[in-house]
Design a protein around this ligand. Structure first.
Ligand code: XMP
Length: 318
């Protein structure tokens, strides 16, 4: 019968014989799937696995540095590439959700292609594709693999896409991926992370994106997510985040009228993201988070909580 330990043993053996002494490139997203895929390959081929972790400037607060450190701590041969400016420049002035997604996908491919050329004689491209990605035509699970697949058109392929593909998690569901990671002693906090969309905060800043809006949303999101952890609510929620609304509203601080941003908080229960219910978070928790956000994050004077389910709403607002 299937056990995580036997899966690790047989997969590592298969990867060794399949790949031999070839070099493999893998795009890490910070998410569970690409991280577990990397760990399996690391066990099989060690330093011949070349991981690339791209900062698109739209990650959570401190995420790039923190996750990069974790990857290094796991012994992975990983290169962190800070391409924030490249992404934010390309996004400047764009407010249509699909245009933002396409821009991010295109820049990601360019950055990844540039980086993959730094690895000489690479023969394989590894991806953290899991079974639900295989059955869905368009992946909604986030990360580099999803971004790459949606751009997998014929003709004019970037060079890294001409590599042979290896996908060690193709037959697994998410819970199995987490168990495989646990059996390799990976950090439980890394394995228990909420899903996060590939385009990141870009689709949670409604309208156009500026560095200041990214900063505000990163701060708000950090207060919310850290509070969920402090109150032991993080693991009871499937996905959570904050949305920066294109709405200014009147507030009051001391004797002064303010006219500042409004943010929405979203927390959902789900099993696969296809349907979702908003989470009935305790009122005293919401009260504390709202106060903390408004007191700590300059530029925000109003917080609302999204009580819409999917369908007919979606998890993201864009
Ligand atoms: P929706 O908003 O469609 O989201 O209910 C379902 C799940 O998919 C994630 N999502 C994305 N992931 N690229 C991704 O990699 C995207 O463009 C994208 N849009 C939504 C969303 O975070 C949720 O987990």
């Amino acid at each position: 019968s299937w056990t995580p330990d036997s899966f690790v043993d047989s997969t590592v053996a298969q990867l060794k014989s399949k790949i031999g002494s070839d070099k493999v490139i893998l795009g890490l997203s910070g998410g569970v799937d690409s991280s577990v895929a990397a760990m399996l390959l690391h066990k099989a081929i060690g330093k011949n696995l070349h991981c690339i972790f791209v900062n698109n400037g739209l990650l959570r607060k401190n995420e790039f540095q923190d996750v990069l450190k974790q990857y290094e701590g796991m012994g992975l041969n990983v290169k962190g590439v800070d391409a924030s400016a490249r992404f934010l420049d390309a996004l400047a002035g764009k407010s249509d959700p699909e245009e933002k997604r396409k821009t991010i996908g295109r820049v990601f491919i360019d950055v990844f292609d540039d980086e993959s050329h730094q690895v000489e004689n690479a023969k394989w491209l590894a991806q953290g594709t899991i079974y639900p990605d295989v059955i869905e035509s368009v992946s909604a699970t986030g990360g580099p693999s999803a971004t790459i697949k949606s751009h997998h058109n014929v003709g004019g392929l970037p060079d890294f896409m001409k590599l042979q593909v290896v996908e060690p998690l193709r037959m697994l569901f998410k819970d199995e991926v987490r168990r495989v990671g646990a059996s390799m002693d990976m950090n439980p906090a890394l394995l228990g992370r909420h899903p996060f969309p590939g385009p990141g905060l870009a689709i949670r800043i409604l309208g156009d994106i500026t560095p200041e809006k990214v900063r505000i949303l990163q701060e708000v999101d950090a207060v919310f997510i850290n509070s969920l952890k402090d109150w032991n609510l993080y693991d009871q929620v499937w996905q959570a985040g904050a949305i920066l609304l294109p709405v200014d509203s009147v507030g009051v601080m001391g004797d002064e009228r303010t006219y500042e941003k409004c943010v929405a908080l979203r927390a959902v229960e789900s099993t696969d993201g296809m349907t979702a219910d908003w989470v009935n978070l305790p009122y005293n928790f919401l009260q504390k988070v709202s106060n903390d956000i408004i007191n700590k994050v300059k530029g925000v004077n109003r917080v609302v909580y999204d009580i819409s389910s999917k369908p007919p709403a979606t998890i993201e607002w864009e």
